[in-house]
Design a binder for this molecule. Structure first.
Ligand code: SF4
Length: 479
């Protein structure tokens, strides 16, 4: 009880500080006086709760990322209802602390922090190589499962952050209900929606603002030529129009990018950053490296190990020097303490339109199906100790002390090991393509060669820049 009052008092103090910061953001007062206080607060918080991996370079990465998040959110979020919802309903909640304790007593570690759900496979675009091109009306998640999962996350884990992916989530329909009904029926959950942006109209943007618990992340591949090569002619105009509409309606939005061997340099160029962040007003970028899974796989599209080092270096430039939230999930493994799949503490599971549950969006082998679990009176916690999830999680825990967090991904950076986990637990492939690649020796050889070359490039950086701090990151050459 004493603890709860302390938390409440802290919440009141932080809420007031944030209110002042929101009001002052954009003024000279903010940069000169308020932001330095926030920077000190971030340092203190990291000193107190550094997380499971505490090498100097890891703490430095976390500091700069949190600093960029605070700076961009306060600047852009000042006018956005979403940012206020994040502060009031998610950050300042004691629900998570209470549920963490209950979960820890039962399972021995902290609960997952979020879920990724793809409610509909279909899409209104026909992007090159996308699995959604083969979708039908039937590929949609039962609304009762969708909504129950969100309730159980809150109930069992105190988690209220849900990422919605696709297909195109705006195409989801179930007995007259759509994705906006989910957002409306869960007002104290926060949603990040990956969308192609082409269905965002003035009316939709106004609804998103009124609901105040969604931030859309719009997919781009680069500037106009590269984006339209994959997404189709005319899409770039539609996307930029959607961003203008969202900005007009003060809805916080970001961009999401799939990086391949062909667009790696463009997405970290000044032209790209100035256009999306400076001109169009994006609040953040999520960068996903191309993963050769699903239809038309091509391991040769994965950014090369040299490109990966270049992206690591350039992305930190953007985060540190421009204070932009530019998150490269694979290269920024140190920020998240590595892989966040398989329901690890603060991590997640992924559910698709057939209610299949995977360790991660990019790990396309399912250990369970939520419809089956509910059918036999189970619940979301039944996922935790499934053999595939336990194997991955035990590896993640060991990797905190033994591993190189610049190669955090089991399925990409340690393919042979991930393959053994899949075979050992007889996990179900997501589709025919995925069933074929797990048996394909050529695919395995390519992935393994990539993993070895990557290790050759990143291991010295991990040792010298992150662990012993004997080398400055600026001195690393990317080729
Ligand atoms: S499996 Fe790979 S892509 Fe998925 S969370 Fe882990 S590191 Fe990220």
């Amino acid at each position: 009880m004493k603890n709860e009052s302390k938390i409440r008092l802290n919440n009141v103090l932080v809420t007031n500080l944030l209110k002042i910061a929101f009001t002052a953001s954009g003024t000279p007062l903010f940069d000169k006086f308020l932001f330095p206080i926030i920077e000190r607060g971030i340092k203190d918080a990291l000193d107190r709760v550094p997380g499971p991996v505490t090498w100097p370079g890891v703490l430095e990465d976390k500091y700069y990322m949190l600093r960029a998040m605070a700076y961009s959110s306060l600047k852009i979020g000042a006018s956005s209802k979403f940012a206020t919802t994040v502060v009031n309903k998610a950050m300042l909640s004691d629900l998570r602390l209470r549920k963490e304790m209950e979960f820890r007593q039962k399972f021995g570690f902290d609960p997952p922090g979020f879920m990724v759900i793809s409610p509909a496979k279909r899409c209104n675009l026909r992007c090159r190589g996308c699995y959604a091109n083969s979708a039908s009306e039937r590929d949609q998640l039962d609304y009762s499962i969708f909504t129950r999962v969100i309730e159980e996350m809150r109930e069992f884990w105190g988690a209220r952050f849900v990422t919605i992916s696709g297909g195109e989530p705006m195409m989801y329909r179930w007995n007259g209900k759509g994705i906006l009904d989910i957002y409306r029926e869960h007002p104290d959950s926060l949603f990040l929606m990956y969308t192609n942006g082409t269905l965002i109209t003035d009316r939709v943007a106004q609804k998103l603002y009124d609901l105040g618990n969604i931030t859309p992340a719009i997919s781009v591949e680069g500037m106009k030529v590269v984006t339209e090569q994959r997404r189709g002619k005319g899409v770039f105009e539609k996307i930029t129009r959607a961003m203008e509409i969202l900005k007009k309606h003060r809805v916080m939005f970001g961009i999401s990018i799939t990086v391949t061997r062909n667009n790696a340099e463009e997405i970290v160029s000044d032209e790209f950053i100035d256009y999306y962040f400076g001109k169009l007003g994006a609040g953040y970028a999520w960068v996903f490296h191309y993963m050769p899974i699903g239809r038309d796989v091509d391991p040769d599209l994965i950014p090369t190990p040299d490109q990966r080092v270049m992206l690591w270096q350039r992305s930190w430039d953007i985060v540190k020097n421009r204070k932009i939230i530019f998150v490269d999930f694979w290269n920024h493994g140190p920020v998240s303490d590595g892989c966040v799949s398989a329901g690890r503490p603060g991590g997640y599971f992924y559910i698709d339109w057939q209610a299949n549950v995977y360790p991660c969006v990019f790990f396309p082998y399912a250990a369970a199906n939520m419809a089956d679990i509910y059918e036999r009176n189970g619940n979301l916690n039944d996922l935790i100790n499934m053999p595939l999830h336990s194997l991955i999680r035990n590896w993640q825990f060991r990797y905190w002390t033994e591993g190189d967090l610049l190669r955090p991904c089991p399925i990409r950076d340690h393919y042979r090991m991930a393959k053994q986990f899949v075979l050992q637990t007889k996990a179900t492939p997501a589709d025919e393509g995925t069933a074929a690649i797990i048996k394909d020796p050529l695919y395995e050889k390519k992935m393994d060669t990539y993993d070895r070359e990557l290790a050759r490039r990143t291991t010295p950086i991990w040792k010298d820049v992150y662990k012993n701090g004997s080398r400055r990151r600026e001195t690393i050459r990317s080729n």
